[in-house]
Design a protein around this ligand. Sequence first.
Ligand code: ZN
Length: 409
Amino acid sequence: MRPILFIIFDGLGDRLIPQLGNKTPLEAAAKPNLDRLAEIGITGLIHTIKRGIRPGSDVAHLSLLGYDPKHNYMGRGPFEAAGYGLDLEAGDIALRGNLGTVNSENIVIDRRAGRIDSSAPFAKLLNGLVIDGVTVITQAGLNHRIAIALRGERLSPHISDVDPHLADHPLLLAAPLDASKEAAFTASVVNKLVAKAHSLFESHSLNKERRSKNLPVANVLLLRGAGEMKDIKPFHEVYTLKAACVAGGGLYKGIARVLGMDVYEVSGATGKANTDAVGKVNKALELLQKYDFVFLHFKATDSLAEDGKPLEKRDYIEKVDKALAPLVPLAQKREMIVSVTGDHTTASDLKVHTADEVPILISGYGVRTDYVNSFGERPCQEGGLGHMEGRNLIDYLLNLRGELALYGN
Ligand code: ZN
């Protein structure tokens, strides 16, 4: 059976940019490999949720992977926590956070504690604490990042953030967001945890050392994005595809992990424009030897557009395109199926996600071609896929493999 390489460029779509001669970054990019895949494949435009919806990355990925976000979205916390490697159970309340610095008046003076090297020694102090019968489970992320899960009875994800999201603002108290006893109880557990963390962190030897070097101390736990881990059916059970993921960004690794995919780390996969694109593509190709489905994610198309940098977005597409060269002969020989799209448009003039459709190409085994020979927002308007919705993509790919269930008999 031909394996599927499922490539997402985050925020791939864009708008016509005057500095690029009124082309989009994708249209302006020199990208012979993506163009060739489009030429020998089929193209179109995709609304990752549906027309008129401006998607967040998390819900858009769920939809593209064939999960209705209405029933499967659980807030950002669980995906981020899973991305850091935290093993969540259904019912856990997960939050992501930072180690930050507060002064004696509880004003947050640095949201990242001077981008401290590692949160692991602090995460370890909190792991296994029990507060009012609720067990705290922690996982360190990169630098100042940390994830927390609360495991116990009577918990709710409906609580506000402790993180004020801005420096020079007071630390907030978690508050219930509805009238339930569960939300009030969970907020009180979080506030006790933050207070406990403050007293434990203050006296930590690493902070004494940081004080002596005049570095910001890590003395506060800034938590946000509470969400409840749901009992979600794994991808390989829903779609009978054994799946793996190669990504740099924590959110994407987390979504893959929550869906039961095996997540592989590539050293040099940073989730930024400097990522090792060749290393990621090579890893994905190696995994296609033993997996039916490999989800390969590239993040910087989105971040560069959010920073208002369309030229850099174009350059990043060119860099990844070079790394994609080995796919062309494999698609040509119909030895695999490759799908390339984005999770939403990120308009680099507005610096935000928009509801504009995103170009898509599918190439390789089983594909009926069209007459489009380049990959871009406007060429794809002429493509044979027409206008797709994200939730139909996996079924489309299953059909190419000859594995889509028969409707009727
Ligand atoms: Zn995105």
